[in-house]
Write a protein of this length. Structure first.
Length: 387
């Protein structure tokens, strides 16, 4: 498993230490240069301390990764036993979900967000667990701020050892004739030995550590993505989406429109019955009273008949108003659907933009570290040649 890959650093470190001691005559019984040996031991101790700090951070990162894997397997098992039922109710009020303190703190923040965002219909506003348990959390646990610069630090130590060895050899190199120069070749070669040894294992450790570090972080990121995917499928809290809210509002408006339509129909029917009754009464009344009052009651009957017709026209206007309200509801539904589609596209664009931003920042950081290292090396080599 990639998460255990950092154990290779211990093995390679032991091999390099033994190799350096062998080259300095510790195991062969040859002549030992205590200055060279002391410089190499100091450099190796510094590298060992750096590896030890990184190992502690890798161990914490592995602990978080293993716990995410265990929780993911537990979710899948419980989801299968529950026959596809959402598991959020099992973890909504559970006191201890993760053993790791960082994961538990992040999950508690997520639960508080969910509880504070409840709606009257039982749903919650949109919020993903990735806002709290994400790559930034893994970077913080794995001390990314330290490990990301350790590769350049190891390369810098190798270059520092190179110039230190060269300065030692050149400092002891003196003389104006060939015999004096030949006597100083030994110290010069001894200093060059320090220079080359520190450069070799500094660059070697830099390459190996960079490979190990990136492999471990890649494995942790993959595990995080799998965990978030399983959580969304099995335990993501039910969310009242924008289109669902719009649909509920449209159903409510449609219900009101239907109620108004029924009321108008009832009013229309009553008005027609009342108009017919009034007309019959008027006819009988005018027939009976025409002989007595003749023309005056005929005019009165015509006026009442006109009033009945006006009432029928009013009922027709009310029916047209209901149809207009129904058309307005339909237009509102279409507008709500269009707005929901626009919001979904905007959220997708924002996620893609955030991902590109993260990738650009990582690329810029790597390029900056590499350029800084090359500029520093070039400057040192130029100073050496000028001297």
């Amino acid at each position: 498993m990639k998460s255990k890959l950092y154990y290779v650093l211990y093995f390679l470190y032991a091999v390099v230490v033994a190799f350096v001691l062998y080259l300095n005559g510790v195991f062969t019984g040859g002549e030992i240069s205590f200055v060279n040996l002391a410089i190499n031991i100091v450099f190796l101790i510094i590298i060992g301390v750096l590896f030890l700090i990184s190992s502690v951070s890798f161990g914490r990162l592995n602990s978080v990764t293993y716990e995410l894997e265990d929780f993911m397997i537990r979710l899948q098992k419980e989801y299968k036993e529950a026959n596809g039922k959402n598991l959020w109710g099992n973890y909504r009020d559970k006191a201890k979900v993760f053993e790791d303190e960082d994961l538990q703190t992040a999950f508690n923040k997520y639960r508080l967000r969910m509880k504070s965002a409840k709606s009257k219909r039982g749903g919650v506003s949109s919020c993903d667990l990735e806002e709290y348990i994400n790559e930034d959390l893994l970077d913080r646990v794995g001390m990314n701020f330290f490990n990301s610069g350790l590769s350049g630090t190891l390369t810098g130590l190798g270059i520092l050892g190179t110039f230190l060895g060269l300065s030692m050899g050149l400092g002891s190199f003196s003389g104006s004739d060939i015999f004096a120069v030949s006597d100083n070749v030994g110290p010069l070669l001894s200093g060059m030995k320090v220079a080359f040894h520190t450069s070799v294992y500094g660059i070697f450790f830099s390459l190996v550590f960079n490979f190990v570090y990136r492999s471990i972080m890649s494995d942790a990121y993959e595990t995080l993505d799998e965990f978030l995917c399983v959580f969304r499928q099995t335990a993501q809290p039910p969310v009242m989406k924008g289109d669902e809210s719009s649909a509920a509002m449209l159903v409510y408006q449609s219900g009101m429109a239907n109620s108004l339509k029924q009321m108008v129909e009832m009013m229309k029917g009553n008005a027609m019955e009342q108009s017919a009754g009034v007309e019959r009464i008027v006819d009988k009344f005018t027939v009976q009273m025409q002989t007595a009052l003749d023309t005056d009651f005929t005019k009165l009957g015509n006026a009442l008949k006109s009033a009945g017709e006006a009432q029928a026209v009013s009922a027709a206007n009310a029916a047209e108003m209901v149809e207009a309200v129904t058309a307005l509801v339909e237009v509102n539904r279409n507008v709500q659907n269009a707005l929901a589609n626009v919001m979904e596209r905007q959220e997708q664009f924002a996620r893609e933009l955030e991902q590109q931003k993260r990738m650009l920042a990582e690329t810029c950081t790597e390029m900056s570290d590499e350029i800084s290292s090359q500029v520093y090396t070039f400057g040192q080599m130029r100073n050496m040649y000028e001297e």
